[in-house]
Design a protein around this ligand. Structure first.
Ligand code: PRX
Length: 549
């Protein structure tokens, strides 16, 4: 193992991890009584306005050179307007409202307005194409869609019978309705947010979160993101992904940070430019982005990055080289964090006041107990690799998988434990080291991609007879999506055909899900009895090739 990195001297919201870990109890921090009424959206914005912080800057929206800023009071006014629009259409508690918007302030306002009236917000990534949007809305019978003219073109509303109302951002902005301060007061267990995520089998599943999650969001925002009133905080993820909603919206705003919302795609010069221009202090991104910045070498020297004080990473393994590079060049450590859509918040973290062991995702957050289990659900000794599990429950844990009890139950097959599907070991000091997935799920640039969804889309193309999809190791993206296909009788392999097949998936699902490599084979390996395609053999083939090559 490489060298550990000591914390910088500074004033942090959590010091002395070990003693906090030993004495911590979620109930002491924030006990949610059964009859206590809450609303996570109210906590996120309105509470600050009511507390006298209405004039504090809540957000900077940067779109190329164009910058708009809002105070907390102005954000609340926008949410009041969205609430007025939704309530004028009788949208109510429990309704599923999908928000399909680019990364812009309206997307954040729509999510919070939906939650404030007790409806369930389903944010959708702006890169999704028609089929991906359709599958998600259809699965939980979404009733309302908030979109804009451009993205709305991808949705075929005729094919979504549950959808009774589509609202366009451009029209909402023009409506002249009295502001509506309405708040639906709810039980902690009431639903607030649904994020669709991939597994290794089946179509994406709807992970449903409850209002009680805000307790987890707020405390992890305070201790892990280390948010102070003076912070300008930037999370680069779109709210369609759980990182973009929990740590792009809820956690920083619950802690009253000024957040940055940037539109557009990744470009190293833009990113350094945003840090400089907005004096970003705290930055949460993903290893692929850091690797891309590292590949730009000394580009960072053209920018004044002295405002930065805290960097965090999530979503995929963070290579020690990247941590050492950033430490050497920028003088800052990158703090890895581990969690999942299902866990609703940070579980394993590197805290700013603690030692980092590059290669480790960190130690369990206070109130979180890690277990490394063998395949009978028994805890293994420290140092041994096994299934990464967490003692359930905790406040951010999903409340269910929409309409799929069996999928939900599969996470809890060992009584008392939530099973992550990751493999890991824990050292004697409690640091956890990621070792890979225990299933076929693909992680490309931090995006979780289910092979089944890509295979299903591939075989919808007339030229594709069968498909097996795996993650192929890649130095920048961690993994890329690689497809092995057999062709139907009428087709002959050619570069044009392969490109056509790739574009077919890209046009239906999303750019990140489209295979970067497609290889035509005459036969796919299958199990003898059921004839299921053996993805593991295909993956092994790729690994063998890489070790030879
Ligand atoms: O395999 C782990 C990987 O991402 C999975 C969760 O994906 P998703 O639900 O999309 O959530 C991503 C962000 C919360 C995990 O099962 N993963 C997440 N964080 C890390 C990671 N792998 C290695 N290191 C991490 N820090």
């Amino acid at each position: 193992m490489g060298e550990t990195i000591q914390p910088h001297e500074g004033v942090y919201n959590l010091t002395d991890y070990l003693s906090h870990y030993q004495s911590f109890n979620w109930d002491h921090y924030h006990k949610l009584e059964g009859d206590e009424k809450i609303n996570a959206a109210h906590q996120t914005i309105d509470a600050h306005v009511e507390g006298g912080f209405g004039d504090k800057l809540a957000l900077h929206y940067i779109n190329d050179d164009h910058l708009i800023s809002y105070t907390f009071q102005e954000v609340k006014q926008q949410i009041d307007h969205y609430v007025a629009v939704l309530r004028s259409h009788h949208v109510e508690k429990g309704d599923r409202v999908f928000i399909f918007l680019p990364k812009n302030p309206a997307c954040y306002f729509a999510i919070l307005a939906t939650i404030r009236i007790g409806a369930i917000a389903g944010p959708l990534f702006e890169g999704f194409m028609g089929e991906a949007v359709h599958d998600r809305i259809a699965d939980c019978h979404g009733q309302v869609l908030i979109t804009d003219y451009e993205l709305g073109k991808r949705v075929n509303q005729q094919k979504l019978p549950s959808l009774r109302l589509t609202l366009y951002q451009e029209e909402i902005a023009q409506l002249n309705l009295p502001a509506d301060p309405y708040v639906e007061w709810l039980d902690p267990e009431d639903s607030m947010l649904i994020h669709y995520t991939s597994g290794s089998t089946g179509k994406p599943k709807g992970v449903l979160h409850a209002h009680r999650s805000f307790v987890h969001h707020k405390l992890s925002g305070k201790w892990v993101l280390d948010i102070k009133d003076s912070d300008v905080y930037w999370c680069t993820s779109h709210p369609g992904w759980v990182t973009g909603s929990v740590y792009g919206l809820f956690a920083p705003w619950l802690n009253r940070a000024t957040i940055v919302i940037q539109s557009g795609r990744f470009k190293a010069t833009n990113w350094y430019g945003i840090i400089e221009k907005l004096a970003v202090t705290t930055w949460y991104s993903a290893p692929t982005a850091f690797r891309m910045l590292m590949a730009e070498g000394e580009l960072y020297k053209n920018y004044d990055l002295t405002s930065l004080r805290h960097i965090l990473s999530v979503g995929e393994p963070l290579n020690p080289e990247v941590i050492y590079w950033t430490y050497k060049q920028l003088g800052l450590r990158i703090h890895d964090t581990w969690w999942m859509t299902e866990t609703g918040g940070h579980l394993i973290v590197n805290l700013p006041a603690e030692i980092i062991k590059p290669g480790s995702m960190g130690r369990p957050f206070p109130g979180i107990e890690v277990g490394i289990l063998n395949d009978r659900g028994k805890e293994l000794p420290r140092g041994e690799i096994g299934q990464l599990a967490i003692k359930a429950p905790w406040p951010g844990l999903m409340k269910t998988i929409w309409n799929n009890q069996a999928k939900y139950d599969a996470y809890f097959k060992y009584t008392g434990w939530y099973l992550s599907g990751d493999l890991a070991y824990q050292d004697d000091e409690g640091y956890v080291f990621f070792q890979g997935r225990d299933d076929d799920m693909i992680n490309s640039a931090g995006e979780r991609i289910g092979p089944f969804e890509v295979e299903s889309s591939l075989i919808e193309h007339p030229a594709v007879a069968e498909a097996g999809v795996v993650g192929k190791p890649d130095p920048v993206r961690g993994e890329i999506v690689k497809a092995f296909i057999t062709l139907t009788a009428d087709y002959i392999a050619s570069d044009d055909l392969i490109e056509e097949i790739r574009l077919h998936v890209r046009g239906r699902l999303a750019a990140h899900a489209a295979p970067r490599e497609i290889e035509v084979v005459t036969e796919l390996p299958k199990t003898k009895i059921s004839g299921k395609i053996l993805r593991r053999e295909l993956k092994q083939l790729e690994l063998d090739r890489l070790s030879v090559g």
